[in-house]
Write a protein that binds this ligand. Structure first.
Ligand code: GLY
Length: 263
């Protein structure tokens, strides 16, 4: 059953690069990524988003940009503005232009200039609050730039130290506007005071990255104990296998930019 109307809600995706096996890795050891399986998992992701009522726009993959399918990192789409980021990983900066071209159809654009770095995987929106990770990929100048752009639009920007993982959203994502799913060992949870923190199962440290689409929670089925916790809270959980992307130090949110169309 759709939860959105495709005339109102958009998902921007980008195809899987044949070079994904050479993706950036920070905390993980390299494991072979099976390209065919990654492409199938990516197609299933696009299909699920369509079924949920999103208009899916897919940018073709670039064979020289291994991480190009992780579009979340190169833009932050706000109400009234799309911020094109400057990824902390130099190898990823070439990903911005193609996403910028698509987002220009939907929002006015703003950019992040050197020495600032910002990756969208470090930006978690919960209502009108943007939690921004201080991570290997996002520096203080990047957060300041986002704050300067977002606060006039009515957002509050809160910095969150990221301790043991790549991006903020490796450690915490939103289940709704009152609850987050988190591995509190990988972040300083103090900034989330006022929200309920649902902990991932301790044996599933990477389980916090789930994709919220309306009232639906899309989650990787390889983290069953965490999924049980989320189901027990009453959420409509849709399992979606992203095992090949976990090997790329990515997961569910990384693979799309979701936003509402504006007039
Ligand atoms: N492979 C995801 C990243 O490191 O950016």
């Amino acid at each position: 059953m759709p939860v959105h109307d495709r005339t109102e809600h958009v998902a921007v995706l980008r195809g899987v690069s044949p070079a994904i096996g050479r993706c950036e890795l920070t905390y993980l050891e390299r494991e072979p990524i099976v390209l065919d399986r990654a492409v199938s998992q990516h197609a299933a992701y696009a299909t699920l988003l369509r079924e949920l009522g999103l208009a899916v726009l897919e940018i073709p993959a670039d064979p020289v940009l291994p991480d190009c399918c992780f579009v979340e990192d190169v833009a932050v789409v706000l109400d009234g503005l799309a911020v094109l980021t400057r990824p902390g990983a130099g190898s990823r900066r070439g990903e911005v232009a193609a996403v910028e071209e698509v987002l220009a159809r939907f929002r006015p654009l703003a950019h992040v200039e050197p020495p600032a770095t910002l990756e969208g995987g470090d930006v978690l929106a919960v209502g009108r609050t943007l939690f921004v990770g201080r991570s290997p990929r996002t520096n203080a100048a990047g957060t300041d730039r986002l704050r300067a752009l977002a606060e006039p639009l009515g957002y509050r920007v809160v910095t969150v130290p990221v301790i043991g993982c790549l991006h903020l959203k490796s450690a915490v994502t939103a289940l709704d506007d009152e609850r987050v799913l988190a591995n509190a060992g990988w972040i300083d949870p103090t900034p989330f005071r006022g929200l309920e923190i649902v902990p991932v199962a301790p044996e599933e440290p990477a389980a916090a990255n789930v994709l919220r689409v309306g009232g639906v929670v899309v989650a990787h089925p390889g983290f069953p104990r965490t999924l049980e916790r989320v189901v027990a809270l009453g959420y409509d959980v849709r399992p979606l296998d992203v095992s090949e992307f976990l090997k790329a130090e990515a997961a569910l949110t990384c693979k799309s930019l979701l936003f509402r169309r504006e007039a």
